[in-house]
Each structure stands twice: as C-alpha cells, then as structure tokens.
Design a protein around this ligand. Structure first.
Ligand SMILES: [Zn+2]
Length: 217
C-alpha cells in the first residue's frame, strides 16, 4: 500500500502530517521526529497501591496529559482510526522488554459504546504489536452495564460507579494463566483495578499491565 498509485495520489493531495503538531512528515501515520522525541518515554509504572497489589509489572510508552492526550482522544471520540499506525510505530520504537503472556485481555467497553465507536481502542492500539509478539488477544472481560465518566469523581464514587460493572466472559480460559491487561491509558487506575481484581479472583496466575499513556511515574 505504501507506494501504490492511490497512496501516491493521496500523499500529493493530502501530504502526510504529524497528528500532534501538524508538521509535514515523510510517512503517513507517523509522528514527526520532534513529537516522537517529546512523547516517547517508555517507563515502568509506579501503580496506585490497590492496583500494585494485583499487578506484577506495568509499562507505559508515553505521558498522557503532556503527551498523547489529544491523539488518544481523537482516536476514541473522533474515531480517527488513521492514528493507529502512529501508535504502532511508537510502540515499536519504545523497545519495551519482551512481554510474555498467555493472553492479552483488553479493558472492555459496554457493547452499546463499542457499537457506537466501531472498535475497542485497547484492542485496536495493541493489535499489530501483540500479533508480532504472538500474544493472542482474548476478550476475557465484559462490561455488563454502561458506566459514567469517572473523571472528576472522588475515589469512593469511582468505586461505586464501577461496582459490578465487569464480568468474566472467559472464566475457564484465564484460570492459572499469565495475562497482560491492556488499555489506552492509566489515569486514576480505578477501571484497571476493577478489571485486575476480577481476573485475579477468577484464578489468573499473574497479571502484567501495558498502557499506551500514563502520567504515573
Ligand atoms: Zn509533530
């Protein structure tokens, strides 16, 4: 596809631009060198205590608020799937240590939300990266009801909003397995804690965590 007549015509009509700063770039679907240097901060996450108790290792590739927030929001709320190659090249460039897991489990969306969005962002972001590492994605969790936005809620309100919101969709498959829980971002950790808790309760042997962006050090 890279040099097909259609893509050459597209590049001529709409020269590829960096999705963060709009500078022209050579390859469609990549960040410019300056933005890449600014956002690429692969780091091991220091997790909030409740999540740290459930998760063995946790990694993020970039900061969120001072980093990928505008493009992650554009993917989720603007449904800009054209951003996916940019995320993939960041993941590859991050050079994270080799991940080992039996399955990657995405944080689920409620079915109505996923229909509206057209995809699950965690799955979309990591799909190619995980395929290259031969880690299959398993939808082991389901969201049983829509949940309100957690932003701005106090910790106890977040917990209440998420109570009973997730269920195990693959209770047998996860038992005694090493699971890589994936999501686009880690902010307060409330959602990921609820998911990790359920996986642990369901008998997962080990849970690691990978997100694209987080402000946790
Ligand atoms: Zn840029």
């Amino acid at each position: 596809m890279a040099h097909s007549p259609v893509s050459l015509l597209l590049d001529f009509l709409f020269p590829p631009r960096c999705p963060l700063c709009r500078a022209y770039v050579e390859t469609r679907g990549t960040l410019c060198a300056a933005c890449r240097q600014m956002v690429l901060r692969p780091h091991r996450l220091a997790l909030p205590p409740a999540l740290a108790a459930l998760v063995h290792e946790a990694w993020a590739v970039a900061p969120y608020h001072e980093g990928l927030q505008p493009v992650i929001r554009a993917l989720k709320y603007g449904r800009k799937r054209a951003l996916l190659p940019a995320f993939h090249t960041l993941l590859v460039a991050a050079g994270l240590p080799l991940l080992r897991a039996d399955f990657a489990v995405p944080v689920p969306l409620h079915a109505a939300r996923e229909r509206e969005r057209g995809f699950n962002q965690a799955e979309a972001i990591f799909h190619a990266y995980l395929a290259a590492q031969q880690i299959p994605i398993l939808r082991a969790l389901a969201r049983t009801r829509p949940t309100p936005p957690l932003y701005g809620l106090a910790p106890h309100e977040r917990k209440a909003a998420l109570r009973g919101a997730f269920a195990l969709a693959e209770p047998i498959a996860i038992r005694s397995r090493h699971i890589l829980l994936i999501d686009d971002i880690l902010t307060t950790g409330a959602t990921l804690t609820a998911c990790a808790h359920l996986l642990k309760k369901g008998g997962a042997a080990r849970i690691d965590l990978l997100v694209l962006a987080s402000d946790h050090a």
